[in-house]
Write a protein of this length. Structure first.
Ligand SMILES: [Zn+2]
Length: 282
């Protein structure tokens, strides 16, 4: 696999050959930052955890240099914090038994540059080497520009593949801004109840963020618990942890679909639902 950025890294927790670790992948997450995979693609990690026929690979696009830092990390340089975040991400890959972890090491600015084709080409390389059945990435209504930029580039990359090489499903997952607002009939629910110890550990290893004052560990499990409690779906009656996603698959198979119009449909459906209720009551 040939990646554009010389400083990109591939980490194989089990120590098997890179090629095998990549090619056996069934579930692939492509995220912006370190820890986004663990927040948004837990379903993929858990589906593959301790399985011999399913394998999870994670891709981190950003270099982590712009990460917020506080507490014991407050005097760390951009380079120091980058190293810490890479080490933390590797720990998560070990705990989650990832088949491979690919860290592309791009500055946020390059990710947000809509003319940057190098990142899209790297995604195409990774998708071709892994041929996953399922892809998890950010959703198009996320609050964080870098997250949305990754989602758009992932869609563009998958569009470049032949249909026979494309994943069965592409999920747009929640990190910054959850997907509670999406109509129940349109949202995808992942039951993330199994292995709560692993789910917690996967987020807790990111000490530089949590010690810095952001309790992502509590926020991630709190959100999943809230979704399980407030979610109306009968499919997950017994779940006590749920993550939401929207289906991005139509966008990768039909290149004529407009990315902006696609997410607007979800927003319009939400608007119609709210207004429809109020019309009967006001
Ligand atoms: Zn992020």
């Amino acid at each position: 696999m040939k990646l554009n950025n010389k400083s990109s890294q591939i980490f194989i927790p089990s120590g098997i050959k890179n090629e095998l670790a990549l090619s056996q992948t069934t579930h692939l997450a492509i995220a912006a930052h370190q820890d986004d995979i663990e927040l948004m693609a837990l379903d993929g990690v858990l589906q593959c955890f301790a399985k011999s026929d399913k394998h999870f690979t994670g891709v981190v696009t950003a270099d982590g240099a712009g990460s917020p830092r506080n507490g014991m990390y407050k005097d760390y340089s951009d380079n120091d914090i980058k190293k810490v975040r890479i080490a933390e991400q590797k720990k998560a890959a070990v705990i989650g038994e990832y088949s491979a972890l690919v860290m592309l090491d791009y500055p946020s600015k390059e990710i947000k540059n809509s003319n940057n084709e190098k990142i899209i080409d790297d995604y195409v390389e990774i998708l071709s080497a892994t041929k996953p059945e399922y892809v998890y990435t950010h959703n198009l209504a996320d609050k964080h520009d870098t997250h949305v930029a990754v989602a758009v580039k992932v869609i563009k990359a998958i569009r470049k593949l032949n249909d026979s090489q494309k994943p069965k499903k592409v999920y747009g997952c929640e990190v910054w801004r959850d997907l509670d607002w999406v109509l129940d009939s349109q949202k995808i629910l992942f039951d993330t109840s199994s292995h709560p110890n692993i789910s917690n550990a996967l987020v807790e290893v990111f000490d530089s963020q949590i010690t810095g004052g952001k309790r992502y560990d509590l926020a991630a499990s709190g959100r999943r618990t809230a979704h399980a409690t407030y979610g109306a779906s009968h499919q997950v009656d017994n779940a006590n942890s749920v993550n939401y996603a929207i289906d991005l698959t139509p966008l990768v198979y039909d290149k004529t679909l407009d990315i902006k119009q696609y997410i607007l449909q979800y927003i319009k459906a939400f608007e119609n639902d709210v207004i429809g209720k109020l019309n009967k009551l006001v």
